[in-house]
Design a binder for this molecule. Structure first.
Ligand code: CP
Length: 316
């Protein structure tokens, strides 16, 4: 695997899930593979889970791991080709990426969207430039439009907890929030669920449609009650509007999930990628209840990253 930026980079999704589950049972089994190899994790935005789980994944494989918080510790980056850099930016992405590629065998990068310019964000220009100039395999640690390590961990969790003998029903439901959030997690979850063998429904208020290239094959409803009927898994996530781009949806507090709303599910497991604003996006009673899988998802982040890094190391 030369890059991991989307489900489109994965040749066999279920095989990758199986590999991750095997690594979970034997985390140190391939400790020799990463010896004398360096993993660089570059963050342009904050992170808890992605940073620590990917670092742990690299260490489980015997790699040296370097983490850099570029936004705080690096030079201010310029992303425009041909820029006359007489303003605040100090180093061009093409130079920074090329240098990092000399120090590292595999690189990861996190770069959130601006939520101001849809063409710029959905063009993934920053990620593409980084990949082009660093010249080593790249793992997305969440880009402007997708968060594939999160979605792989989510699919691992679903496979671990799904009912025996039937395809699980998975529902992604929009939730209220006080801030305009990126669409990366729901876009990514949708594209992974559409590739997996399961029944997938998305529920959101009218006007919060996700980008259609990620939801092809999903059932899309604006009635949350109808969507939740017979669900086995309910994935809760806020996102801002795709059109008009980046706009916070005002209202929608009635979309907050609680015990009463999940009464008509198959005792659905509750999922969230974290961080979560408790009692704004999802209630305490569900986050702390017996059906919550939030910590299982976070734990599986390590083995999702380890499976991806293992496949990259095998091809170095
Ligand atoms: N879910 C997730 O990506 O968490 P962090 O932003 O803390 O890495």
């Amino acid at each position: 695997m030369q890059k991991f930026t989307s489900v489109a980079d994965v040749s066999n999704v279920e095989e990758l899930v199986t590999l991750a589950r095997d690594l979970k049972s034997r985390p140190q089994a391939h400790h020799h593979l990463g010896q004398h190899k360096t993993l660089g994790l570059i963050f342009l935005n904050p992170s808890l889970r992605t940073r620590l789980s990917t670092q742990k994944a690299g260490l489980n494989l015997g790699m040296n791991v370097i983490v850099m918080n570029m936004d705080k510790e690096g030079w201010a980056l310029e992303f425009q080709d041909g820029a006359v850099m007489n303003g605040t930016t100090v180093e061009h992405i093409k130079d920074a990426a090329a240098v990092m590629g000399q120090y590292c065998d595999i690189l990861g990068i996190r770069a959130f969207p601006t939520l101001k310019d849809r063409e710029e964000d959905y063009g993934e220009h920053l990620l593409k430039k980084f990949i082009r100039h660093c010249k080593v395999p790249v793992v997305s640690l969440e880009s402007a439009t997708l968060h594939p390590l999160q979605s792989l961990a989510d699919l691992i969790t679903i496979r671990e907890w799904q009912p025996d003998g039937r395809r699980p029903k998975v529902v992604l439901t929009w939730a209220p929030h006080i801030k305009a959030l990126p669409q990366a997690v729901p876009n990514s979850f949708a594209e992974w669920m559409c590739r997996a063998d399961l029944d997938f429904t998305i529920a959101h208020p009218k006007g919060l449609e996700l980008a259609p290239q990620f939801t092809d094959g999903a059932r899309i409803l604006h009635d949350q009650h109808e969507a939740l009927e017979d669900a086995d898994f309910v994935y809760v996530k806020n996102w801002s509007a795709y059109e008009p781009y980046g706009q916070l949806y005002s209202g929608g507090e009635d979309w907050l999930l609680d015990n009463a709303k999940i009464a008509h599910t198959h005792q659905a497991k509750i999922m969230h990628c974290l961080p979560v604003r408790r009692n704004v996006e999802l209630s305490d009673e569900l986050l702390d209840g017996p059906q919550s899988l939030i910590l299982e998802q976070a734990n599986n982040r390590t083995f999702a990253a380890q499976a991806v890094l293992l496949q990259m190391l095998a091809e170095l």
